[in-house]
Design a protein around this ligand. Structure first.
Ligand SMILES: [Fe+2]
Length: 164
């Protein structure tokens, strides 16, 4: 399929993001299941709920434009999740596994932060202010989780993993 205008490019980016969120919802559940640190487990479960809200936001926007939220599969996310799984199988000690989980989760979050930043900018360029606001909301949630994971790694998980 060829894309010949800016708006269709924007919608294609949103379709990629919808695939990112759908994949992440599954991955976060598995990651929360593998986490030992209770605070880390809580953060991952909390973000899974946010992820479902974010997926709904994208579906709402796409449906407004008559575009399907399941039209694309984001292959970059598939690969990032494969890498996260691989890491989990290698790390057999609880504290180390938690540190590895945070490292993987932050790579996933950074990918989303990049994607939402772009999507919100494209919405702004198209003067779709309500959509831009919704995308910003998701962007802020991703940034918040990223900061929480950094805090958790520095204060608790990494020091324990080093001592393990
Ligand atoms: Fe997300």
């Amino acid at each position: 399929m060829e894309i010949t205008n800016f708006k269709d490019m924007y919608l294609a980016e949103l379709q990629e993001l919808a695939s990112v969120e759908a994949q992440l919802a599954d991955a976060l559940l598995r990651m929360a299941g593998a986490a030992s640190n209770p605070a880390l487990k809580r953060v991952l479960i909390h973000h899974r709920a946010e992820t479902e809200t974010q997926r709904d936001r994208l579906a709402t926007i796409l449906e407004t434009h008559g575009a399907s939220p399941t039209a694309h599969t984001d292959q970059a996310m598939q690969t990032l999740i494969t890498e996260a799984k691989k890491m989990l199988t290698i790390l057999t000690e609880d504290n180390l596994r938690d540190a590895g989980l945070i490292a993987s989760a932050q790579k996933l979050e950074h990918y989303e932060i990049a994607a939402y930043g772009t999507a919100a900018a494209l919405a702004g360029q198209l003067d779709l202010r309500d959509e831009q606001k919704m995308l910003h909301l998701s962007l802020e949630e991703e940034k918040r989780i990223d900061a929480l994971l950094t805090q958790l790694a520095k204060r608790e998980v990494n020091p324990e993993a080093v001592a393990a």
